[in-house]
Design a protein around this ligand. Structure first.
Ligand SMILES: Cc1cc2nc3c(=O)[nH]c(=O)nc-3n(C[C@H](O)[C@H](O)[C@H](O)COP(=O)(O)O)c2cc1C
Ligand SMILES: O=C(O)C(=O)c1ccccc1
Length: 390
């Protein structure tokens, strides 16, 4: 990245000299309501919805809102650098796009558009097992950018082995294993509309193109697509897995492995003991356990438990550069962005995802600078107060 991420701010003001304003709001919390207005209720409900009564989503926001920054002054922040070291590589900024499956319910260009936007800004894109675009096509869209893959750990070990082989052969280097979705949660918004993308043939692209998956079908996908969908639903995740099963993944993947969906410090310790490289502290954006702890409330105990043994990443509820700054201060090395980029995609395709990335990085840069920090490294828990604490 040349210059500072915050240069985007002046670019917007300069464009304003000719009367132009941004095509999308720069307060990303407004993207959800715009998407609600413009998109069909099935797709937008699926993306916006949460588990149960939505209390986990609210807990995510409350946990972040309670954290307050105590800015410092007169600390020379003219030369700044957002880059970080994480999972053995240097990233231009402590941000990646979270794995989100089924993006074609939001925009016809789907994962390809999100991947191209991320690649153009040097932000890693995490390709979901449940994407609507096969991994080989997304690899092409990513060009020479970082390729990270998210695994839903299938009941069929041959499918998992085949996914890992395809990921490796197409240049993916980091594996995220999502552990908070052994079953799909109780999601009233989807239930009340009887809307599930897979039953409409979305989110199965990696499976339907997979030789090991196809080998489990009585008839080819195109001859009996309904049977193929049912087969996918039967095997997409395996609720019988336990910690010793991680050895299978370690044997079949050479690069870093990150466990996504860890909230308890004992699980983080178990991840380190199992030879994993990182964890994502996440409650899946409030979509899995209703009543779960806000992700930012879970982060400090995980950092205390394994901060010196694992790279700790974070997601769930992040909507601004200030939110990113707060979780970095608590000890996360990088933050995954979920729904905001999905809404950007829904509203304006690749340009919408680019807008979201640029807004977040610009605001992160400005938040750190205005708080007295030229790099994320010097901004720590000592720069935060939790409202209510003394
Ligand atoms: C529509 C949708 C689909 C998702 N699909 C996946 C997925 O395929 N794999 C996965 O690990 N997480 C998935 N997630 C969870 C995200 O990776 C991430 O944990 C979550 O969106 C972060 O919360 P946020 O949306 O509040 O930022 C999905 C989230 C949404 C909103
Ligand atoms: O909807 C989700 O949150 C999710 O993670 C998922 C699960 C299965 C397939 C696609 C997405």
């Amino acid at each position: 990245m040349s210059g500072h991420a915050a240069d985007f701010q002046y670019e917007i003001y300069l464009n304003g000299m000719t009367g132009a304003v941004p095509r999308l709001p720069t307060d990303l919390t407004r993207l959800a309501e715009l998407t609600e207005q413009r998109l069909g209720s099935g797709p937008v409900g699926y993306v916006a919805g949460g588990a149960g009564d939505g209390s986990t989503d609210r807990a995510n926001r409350a946990a972040l809102d309670r954290l307050r920054i105590v800015p410092r002054v007169l600390r020379d922040v003219h030369a700044r650098d957002l880059s970080v070291h994480v999972l053995g590589r240097t990233l231009p900024a402590p941000v990646a796009l979270a794995p989100i499956g089924v993006l074609s319910i939001l925009h016809p260009e789907a994962e390809g558009a999100a991947a191209r936007a991320a690649a153009a800004r040097g932000v890693p894109y995490i390709h979901s097992s449940a994407a609507s675009t096969p991994i080989e096509q997304v690899a092409e869209a990513l060009g020479d950018a970082e390729r990270w893959f998210q695994l839903y750990w299938s009941k069929d070990r041959e499918v998992t082995r085949s996914f890992l082989t395809r990921a490796r052969d197409t240049g993916f280097t980091v594996l995220f294993v999502t552990l908070d979705t052994p079953l799909l949660a109780w999601r009233p918004r989807d239930l009340d509309q009887a809307y599930l993308p897979f039953l409409r043939g979305v989110g199965t692209a990696n499976y339907f193109t997979d030789p090991a998956f196809q080998a489990g079908l009585a008839r080819p996908v195109h001859e009996d697509p309904d049977a193929a969908v049912m087969h996918f639903i039967g095997l997409f995740s395996d609720p019988s897995n336990t910690w010793p099963d991680l050895a299978f993944l370690r044997e079949n993947w050479d690069g870093p492995i990150v466990l996504k969906g860890v909230l308890h410090p004992d699980d983080a310790r178990a991840a380190a003991d199992a030879g994993m490289d990182g964890v994502v502290v996440s409650n899946h954006g409030g979509r899995q356990v209703a009543g779960a702890i806000g992700a930012a409330d879970a982060l400090p105990a995980v950092v205390d438990a394994v901060g010196d043994r694992l790279d700790i990443l974070f997601d769930s509820g992040v909507r601004s550069g200030a939110d990113i700054a707060k979780v970095l201060a608590l000890g996360a090395r990088a933050v995954l962005i979920g729904r905001p980029y999905a809404y950007g995609l829904a509203l304006d395709g690749q340009a919408g995802v680019d807008h979201v990335i640029r807004c977040l990085l610009a605001e992160l840069d400005l938040t750190l600078a205005l708080s007295g920090h030229a790099t994320p490294a010097t901004f720590t828990a000592a720069d935060l107060r939790r409202e209510g604490d003394r």
